[in-house]
Design a protein around this ligand. Structure first.
Ligand SMILES: [Zn+2]
Ligand SMILES: [Zn+2]
Length: 137
């Protein structure tokens, strides 16, 4: 893979954020530095970077595909309200992996593990809504 300057800016923006952006969000980030870049170019480069193993896709049930600058093993937790995706501590995953190997006898090469719930921001927003509702009634 040839590392064009466009490509390295896209890679840089994905590595900088921990938000697991969608292609459209990557486009918005990258456009600040490359005002003339097209969405198609961003899509194409995301594809190339993924195939080169420099970034990872995060495919979560029913959500648009997201991109991750972290390529080491880690667990994702997804908010059911806003779709936000966060990373969870790795020690947990290493323990789970060795446990699964032990009980199954498999040599584990990968995983697809996702937790879902409501993120702290959405919990705060929901509490605020409830408070307003109580004040009205
Ligand atoms: Zn949320
Ligand atoms: Zn991640």
């Amino acid at each position: 893979m040839r590392m064009t300057s466009q490509r390295s800016i896209i890679l840089d923006e994905i590595r900088k954020t921990h938000a697991h952006p969608t292609a459209d969000e990557v486009y918005v980030l990258v456009r600040r530095r490359l005002p003339r870049v097209s969405l198609a170019t961003v899509y194409r480069n995301l594809d190339v970077l993924t195939r080169a193993g420099l970034i990872r896709t995060v495919e979560l049930g029913g959500c648009p595909r997201r991109y991750d600058g972290r390529v080491d093993d880690h667990i994702h937790v997804r908010c059911l309200e806003c779709g936000r995706v966060d990373d969870v501590a790795d020690a947990l995953l290493a323990r789970a992996r060795s446990r699964v190997e032990k009980v199954s006898g498999y040599s584990i090469s990968g995983h697809h593990l996702e937790f879902a719930g409501v993120c702290p921001d959405c919990q705060r927003r929901a509490r605020g809504r409830r408070r307003r509702k109580n004040a009205e009634s």
